[in-house]
Design a protein around this ligand. Structure first.
Ligand code: IPM
Ligand code: MG
Length: 360
């Protein structure tokens, strides 16, 4: 079968990690008889330099008309660029928010998995890690504070800034349904995270998730306040299976979740909506300090491509082939610098891509 993939190399290490991911996808294509066609678009800083805006309408249309989107990373001033002196709606990150909103990708799935081979990299104590943890953060991605009305003004000589947090029941319902669907493929436990002791939007969130839960009696739903969740993640991460939460809380908690795995260079993510079209990107950023040096870890992007095969193309066998190739390369002791430890073999971005491809 033929699949049209929009590719966004982006900024910093983006182009390097995307190149290795294409290598791996091509290998999958060869082995399983698929054809992946790539169309590159600009987003983020490179788009600002070329067009003046972080995402053009044409680029968004290309993405919309493809089968799926693969993103490296965007943002972080690279070289002499000065993207952050621009007004907020023209900065690199505005491109990312625009593509999420433009493609209606309201669900973000960020797995937090402790790879047994990389246990030592976790900042958590051994007795807390136990035999490891494996949960996902499901973050609402097109609502809440990120997309509410905002305003900065001077009132009676005092500078005042406002951001608004709004959710309607439909926005909550649709991501809750996604969470229950994913939970059914896992350990059937959802912890919905909110701030219902203070926020109206959280009280509605709690109500609606309870209502949706009635259609999934085989899945256990519990609720946790976000401050407590931040604490529980470092105290006992093994209690979690699916964490379901709104946009801003999810932004913060997913960084914490990735940190406790000790290997942010390993963590994938998928952004999904109502159709098969998804956006797949590593959970880490553009790491401009190591860009162009063949040092970046391409594994998070490669594992994001595995999520693409699974969620956008329904190619489960192919997704598993990518994941087990990554595992066996780790088992053989190959490491990029970010996950290097004593006695292992240090490799660069390209060599890591080659190793994973040759395992497929
Ligand atoms: C993320 C990032 C983005 C976000 C930034 C770059 C706008 O932190 O994907 O988590 O806050 O959503
Ligand atoms: Mg973030």
């Amino acid at each position: 079968m033929n699949y049209n993939i929009t590719v966004i190399p982006g900024d910093g290490i983006g182009p390097e990690i995307v190149a290795e991911t294409r290598k791996v996808l091509n290998q999958i294509g060869e082995k399983f008889g698929h054809n992946f066609t790539y169309t590159e678009i600009l987003m983020g800083g490179v788009s600002i330099d070329a067009t003046g805006v972080p995402l053009t309408k044409e680029a968004l249309d290309t993405a919309r008309n493809s089968d799926s989107v693969l993103l490296g990373a965007i943002g972080g001033n690279v070289g002499k660029s000065d993207w952050y002196s621009l007004p907020p709606h023209l900065r690199p990150e505005a491109g990312l928010l625009a593509i999420r909103k433009g493609l209606n990708l309201f669900t973000n799935i960020r797995p937090a998995v402790l790879f047994p081979e990389l246990k030592d990299a976790s900042p958590l104590r051994e007795d807390i890690i136990g035999d490891g943890f494996d949960f996902v953060v499901m973050r609402e991605l097109t609502g809440g504070l990120y997309f509410g009305e905002r305003n900065t003004m001077i009132e009676n000589g005092i500078r005042t800034a406002t951001d608004t947090l709004t959710y309607d029941e439909n926005e909550i319902k649709r991501i809750a349904k996604w969470a229950f669907t994913i939970a059914r493929k896992r350990r059937r436990k959802i912890c919905s995270v909110d701030k219902a002791n203070v926020l109206d939007s959280s009280r509605l969130w709690r109500q609606v998730t309870e209502e949706v839960a009635k259609d999934y009696p085989d899945v256990e739903l519990s609720h946790m306040l976000v401050d407590n969740c931040a604490m529980q993640l470092v105290k006992d991460p093994r209690q979690f299976d699916v964490i379901l939460t709104e946009n801003m809380f999810g932004d913060i908690l997913s960084d914490e979740a990735s940190m406790i795995t000790g290997s942010i260079g390993m963590l994938a993510s998928a952004s999904l909506g109502d159709t098969k079209l998804g956006l797949y990107e590593p959970s880490h950023g553009s790491a401009p300090d190591i860009a162009g040096q063949n040092k970046a870890n391409p594994i998070a992007t490669i594992l994001s491509a595995a999520m693409m095969l699974r969620y956008s193309f329904d190619l489960e066998r192919e997704a598993e082939a990518v994941e087990s190739a990554v595992k066996s390369v780790l088992k053989k002791g190959y490491r990029t610098i970010d996950i290097m430890s004593k006695g292992m073999t240090l490799v660069g971005t390209k060599e890591m891509g080659d190793q994973i491809s040759s395992e497929i």
